[in-house]
Design a protein around this ligand. Structure first.
Ligand SMILES: [Zn+2]
Length: 139
């Protein structure tokens, strides 16, 4: 897409700190990193979100993320990596080109807020009802 910032990064029209590229996937450093080594993995074909991306491109992103996560672990000596992917403005997706965040953390670094939430038991009847509704809608 012409006005998509990530499509421009893939084409080299906007500079980036590339860490990986293959036939279907491009990966580069986030310039507003949550933690050092925060990397974005994106499909070369423009797709907005999980509903839009082809299965083939989704698998290519996942396959590449394994290699890249290995590279991050080796290069930076991290203890964990959060794989985070947002779909839609309602969950604060900022760039409307599918992207998987790889957010590394060493045990001695501050906790990642995205990986911490308090556990509160839900209403079992409502959970059961929603599970049945979702299950019935999966094609
Ligand atoms: Zn794009």
């Amino acid at each position: 897409m012409d006005d998509c910032i990530f499509c421009k990064i893939i084409k080299g029209e906007i500079p980036s700190f590339k860490v990986y590229e293959d036939e279907k996937v491009f990966a580069f450093e986030d310039i507003n990193p949550i933690s050092p080594g925060h990397t974005l993995v994106i499909p070369k074909n423009h797709a907005e979100n999980i509903w839009d991306i082809s299965e083939e491109d989704l698998l290519a992103v996942q396959r590449a993320s394994k290699k890249i996560a290995q590279g991050i672990k080796e290069a930076l000596g991290v203890d964990g990596i959060a794989c985070m992917q947002l779909n839609g403005r309602a969950v604060n997706q900022e760039v409307m080109h599918y992207h998987l965040h790889l957010v590394p953390r060493r045990a001695d670094q501050p906790a990642l807020p995205i990986t911490r939430w308090s556990l509160k038991p839900g209403n079992m009847d409502e959970i059961k009802e929603r599970a049945e509704k979702i299950s019935a809608a999966i094609k």
